[in-house]
Design a binder for this molecule. Structure first.
Ligand SMILES: Cc1cc2nc3c(=O)[nH]c(=O)nc-3n(C[C@H](O)[C@H](O)[C@H](O)COP(=O)(O)OP(=O)(O)OC[C@H]3O[C@@H](n4cnc5c(N)ncnc54)[C@H](O)[C@@H]3O)c2cc1C
Length: 300
């Protein structure tokens, strides 16, 4: 069977694209291996009508919505290769050994995070240490917080977070991440700076209580933020020849079209930042409208 569109990735971007294309009566297959970026969190914030929802529950409701549209098939599968078969069709191969054919492809595979090499950080990430104040700043407001950042985003994070809490410490884990001017600006606001390597994070059940430094110092806190590096979860876009921007995201027009005819991208995989569920869902809707318009123009 030749699908009109194959969507790779079933986060808010891919799910939203599937809903819009289903409602546009398109034959769609959504292939997802169910490993979303925010899997480590207990709650998602800032998605209007769903503020505070568990990430899994948001997906469950999305699948329920999509199931009303019979032309959309959803498969648990990991796509490991996509190749162009003709000027108007692609073949997708999954790790599970299945092959799918589609006229259009939407890449909605999201990002993966590379956390600073701090022992134990994963135990707290998504529970009391987060990456985005817009997502999780409210829950940590006015608390003593640590910012773990080894690079140039350290100052930006401190500046942004200051509106949520003035009780901050920047920890650079042994790196010189701040200029003299930035040191001075932080000092004026009583924001502490620790440039020693972090040896241990102490806490219980994911709730951070203390950061311990090489040489014996410590900072007592109740949570924090980290500035991870990000990379695309999948290299399918690059293998098809999609161009990327300075942040590593796939470049698209307003309707998700990449520079490769028939290939669209949506969500974190295209935007990289700001990354929010609602922004990803909106981008999925735009890409679906792009796909539907192009199919209509080709066929009418
Ligand atoms: C710790 C943390 C907390 C966050 N909290 C919030 C919050 O409170 N509010 C908010 O708005 N945002 C939050 N975010 C950001 C939010 O998770 C992302 O912006 C959002 O998930 C992006 O949606 P997406 O659809 O682009 O990608 P994702 O949600 O990451 O979905 C991508 C999907 O593609 C699948 N996939 C990847 N490669 C393949 C492949 N080859 N084959 C098949 N499937 C594949 C993955 O398994 C995944 O299911 C948080 C992020 C993190 C890391």
């Amino acid at each position: 069977m030749l699908f009109e569109c194959a969507i790779v990735g079933g986060g808010p971007a891919g799910l939203s694209a599937a809903l819009v294309l289903g409602r546009a009566r398109r034959n769609v297959v959504l292939l997802d291996d169910n490993n979303p970026r925010n899997a480590v969190t207990r709650e998602s914030h800032g998605f209007i009508t769903r503020d505070g929802i568990a990430p899994g529950e948001l997906r469950r409701i999305a699948h329920e919505d999509i199931s009303k549209y019979g032309s959309v098939q959803v498969r648990r599968a990991s796509v490991n290769a996509v190749r162009r078969v003709s000027h108007s069709s692609f073949q997708l191969a999954t790790q599970q050994g299945e092959l799918y054919m589609a006229r259009k492809i939407i890449l909605a595979t999201g990002l993966k995070e590379i956390l600073p090499p701090v022992s134990g950080l994963r135990d707290f990430y998504g529970k009391s240490i987060f990456n985005c104040p817009y997502c999780d700043g409210w829950e940590l407001k006015d608390k003593p917080l640590v910012i773990i950042s080894e690079g140039p985003n350290a100052f930006h994070m401190a500046k942004t977070l200051y509106n949520w809490s003035v009780r901050l410490a920047v920890c650079t884990n042994g790196h010189r991440a701040l200029t003299a001017q930035q040191h001075e600006a932080l000092g004026r606001r009583n924001i502490k700076v620790y440039e020693h390597r972090i040896v241990r994070l102490i806490g219980e059940n994911g709730a951070l209580q203390k950061v311990m430094f090489e040489g014996g110092g410590e900072y007592v806190c109740e949570g924090g933020f980290v500035t991870p590096q990000t990379a695309l979860s999948s290299s399918i876009g690059q293998s098809l020849g999609c161009r990327t921007n300075a942040l590593g995201g796939i470049i698209t027009d307003d309707f998700g079209r990449t520079n490769v005819a028939g290939v669209y991208a949506a969500g974190d995989t295209a935007a990289v930042a700001p990354s929010q569920l609602i922004i990803a869902a909106g981008a999925g809707s735009r890409a679906a409208i792009g796909v539907n318009s192009d199919l209509t123009n080709e066929d009418f």
